[in-house]
Design a protein around this ligand. Structure first.
Ligand SMILES: Nc1ncnc2c1ncn2[C@@H]1O[C@H](COP(=O)(O)OP(=O)(O)O)[C@@H](O)[C@H]1O
Ligand SMILES: [Mg+2]
Length: 453
C-alpha cells in the first residue's frame, strides 16, 4: 500500500514536471512570436512614416529626421536611399542631429559595429511610384547595455519562475508523498497487526481511534467483530460446560443403577429398566433442545419466506393442542378478543415459541390459568401470554432468556426461552417478560405484520 501510494505521488510529480516544461516551452515560443510580430509592426510604421516625409518630388528633411530618430529609438539601424542608391539620411545621422544631452542618452541604442546583422531592404513608395529604399537592421546592443540586460533579466525571470514553481510543486508533492503514505498506511498496518493477533487466538484485541472517517469506521467495525467473536467464544465455552454438566447427571444416575443391578443390590426387573429408560428419555430431550437451538441459530442465515397467518385461527389451533395439559391441572386457557387479524409471518417458528411460553406458564401456575391476547401495533403485531402463576423476582427475570438458566424447581434444561428468543429475533421481532412474585407473569412477543411476497 505504502509503495503504491508512493508511486502514485511520483507520477503526480512527473506530470507536474512535464506540464511545467511544456508550458515553459510554450511561453518562450509565444514570447518569441510576439517579439517577431512587434518587430514587423515597427518596421511597417517606420516605412509609413518615412514615406510620408516625401512630397512634391523631394524629401522633407525634418520629417525624415524625426522618422529615423523614432527608428533608432525602436532599436533599428537604418538609412534611406534614393533611387540612385545615394544615402538621403541614416538613423545615425538623425541621432547625431540631436542636442548633446539627447545624443548621449541615445548612445545606448547606437549600433554595435562588430557582428551586426546584414541590412534588409524595403522599397519606398509615393503615390504608386518607388522613391527609394529603406535599408534596415536590428541594433545589436552590446551585451552590457541596459536594454540587453533588461531582456536578459526578463527571460531569466521566466526561467526562474518555472524552476521555482516546479521546485515548490514537486517538493511539496514529494513531501506529501512521504508524509501521506506513512500517515495513510499506518492505520492499515495497525489493522493488519490486530487481525493477525485475532487470528492468533487473542480475541481481546481492540483498536483505538474509532473516529467518523472511513478508517475510523473500519476500526469500529473491526472492534465490533472482535467483540462478537469474543462473545461467541465465551458463549460456546459456557455452553460446552453446561452441556457436559447436563449430561453428567443422568449418565451418573444410569451408571449407578446399572452397577447396582449387576451387583444384585437392586433387581433388574421391569421397574428398574423403566427408570433407566426415563433417564435416557431425558437425555434424548436434551439433545433435541440443543438441536433446536442450533437450528434457530442457523436460521440467521436462512430466513424462510413469511406466510399468511390468520392470527385468531392460529392461536385457537395452539390452544386446542395444549388444552389437555391445562385441564389435567384444573387451569383455564383462553384467548381474549374475537377479531380475526391477518399477518405474514413464519408460523412454524411462532408456534414453537408460543408452545414453549405457554408450557412454562402452565408449569408455574397453580390456580387460575393463562390468557392469550393479540393485536396490531403500527407495523407490528403482538401476542401476550399472561398467567396467574407464582411470578418471578427481578433478578430471576433478568436471566430467564439465558441458555441453561432454570429455576430451582424446573424439570427442564433451561433452554426453552433461549430458543424462543433466538427464533423471535431471527423473525425480526422481540420477546420480553414482565413479572411480579405471587401475581403472575406476562410474556410479550412483538413481530412485524409483514407483507405478502
Ligand atoms: N411463566 C413463568 N412463571 C414463572 N417462572 C417462569 C415462567 N416462565 C419461565 N420461568 C422461569 O424461567 C426459567 C427458564 O425457562 P425456560 O428457559 O423455559 O427453561 P425451563 O422451562 O427448561 O426451566 C424457568 O426455569 C423458570 O424458573
Ligand atoms: Mg421451558
Amino acid at each position: 500500500m505504502r509503495s503504491k501510494l508512493f508511486v502514485a505521488f511520483l507520477l503526480v510529480i512527473a506530470l507536474a514536471l512535464l506540464s511545467n516544461l511544456m508550458f515553459g516551452h510554450r511561453i518562450m515560443k509565444d514570447f518569441a512570436a510576439y517579439e517577431k510580430g512587434t518587430r514587423e509592426d515597427h518596421i511597417y510604421w517606420i516605412i509609413a512614416s518615412v514615406e510620408s516625409g516625401y512630397s512634391h518630388g523631394g524629401w522633407n528633411m525634418r520629417s525624415l529626421e524625426s522618422s529615423l530618430r523614432w527608428a533608432a529609438m525602436l532599436r533599428f539601424d537604418c538609412r534611406v536611399e534614393d533611387l540612385s542608391g545615394r544615402t538621403v539620411m541614416s538613423s545615425a545621422q538623425a541621432v547625431n542631429l540631436l542636442g548633446e544631452a539627447m545624443r548621449i542618452r541615445m548612445q545606448i541604442v547606437q549600433p554595435e559595429s562588430k557582428g551586426a546583422p546584414p541590412y534588409e531592404n524595403y522599397p519606398l513608395f509615393h503615390m504608386g511610384n518607388q522613391i527609394g529604399t529603406l535599408a534596415i537592421r536590428d541594433i545589436t546592443a552590446p551585451a552590457d547595455s541596459p536594454l540587453r540586460k533588461k531582456e536578459h533579466i526578463f527571460k531569466q525571470r521566466g526561467r526562474q519562475f518555472l524552476i521555482t514553481s516546479f521546485v515548490i510543486a514537486g517538493g511539496g508533492a514529494l513531501f506529501l508523498a512521504v508524509v501521506l503514505s506513512q500517515f495513510l498506511s499506518r492505520p492499515v498496518r495497525e489493522l493488519k497487526r490486530a487481525a493477525e493477533t485475532l487470528a492468533g487466538g487473542d480475541l481481546s484485541v481492540r483498536l483505538r481511534g474509532t473516529g467518523a472517517d472511513e478508517i475510523g469506521k473500519l476500526k469500529a467495525a473491526f472492534n465490533a467483530m472482535a467483540e462478537a467473536l469474543q462473545r461467541e467464544d465465551s458463549l460456546r465455552k459456557r455452553l460446552t460446560s453446561n452441556v457436559a454438566h447436563e449430561l453428567r447427571t443422568p449418565l451418573a444416575v444410569m451408571k449407578a443403577r446399572i452397577e447396582a443391578m449387576m451387583d444384585g443390590v437392586i433387581e433388574a426387573d421391569r421397574a428398574g429398566l423403566e427408570s433407566l429408560q426415563a433417564e435416557l428419555d431425558s437425555l434424548t430431550r436434551l439433545i433435541g433442545s440443543m438441536e433446536d437451538l442450533t437450528k434457530a441459530e442457523a436460521g440467521f442465515l436462512k430466513k424462510s419466506p413469511p406466510e399468511k397467518v390468520l392470527l385468531r385461527e392460529f392461536l385457537e389451533g395452539i390452544v386446542t393442542g395444549m388444552e389437555p395439559l391445562f385441564m389435567d391441572k384444573g387451569l383455564k386457557l383462553e384467548i381474549a378478543g374475537g377479531q380475526e387479524l391477518p399477518v405474514f409471518t413464519e408460523p412454524e417458528k411462532l408456534e414453537k415459541v408460543l408452545k414453549n411460553v405457554i408450557k412454562n406458564a402452565a408449569n408455574h401456575t397453580m390456580e387460575g390459568g393463562v390468557l392469550l391476547k393479540y393485536g396490531f401495533e403500527g407495523a407490528m403485531f403482538y401476542v401476550e401470554v399472561k398467567d396467574t402463576g407464582k411470578g418471578m423476582a427481578p433478578d430471576e427475570l433478568g436471566r430467564i432468556f439465558d441458555r441453561f438458566y432454570k429455576g430451582k424447581d424446573s424439570k427442564g434444561f433451561g433452554l426453552g426461552l433461549a430458543i424462543a428468543r433466538e427464533l423471535i429475533e431471527v423473525m425480526g421481532g422481540s420477546i420480553t417478560a414482565q413479572s411480579r412474585p405471587g401475581t403472575g407473569s406476562v410474556f410479550r412477543i412483538v413481530l412485524p405484520r409483514g407483507k405478502e411476497r
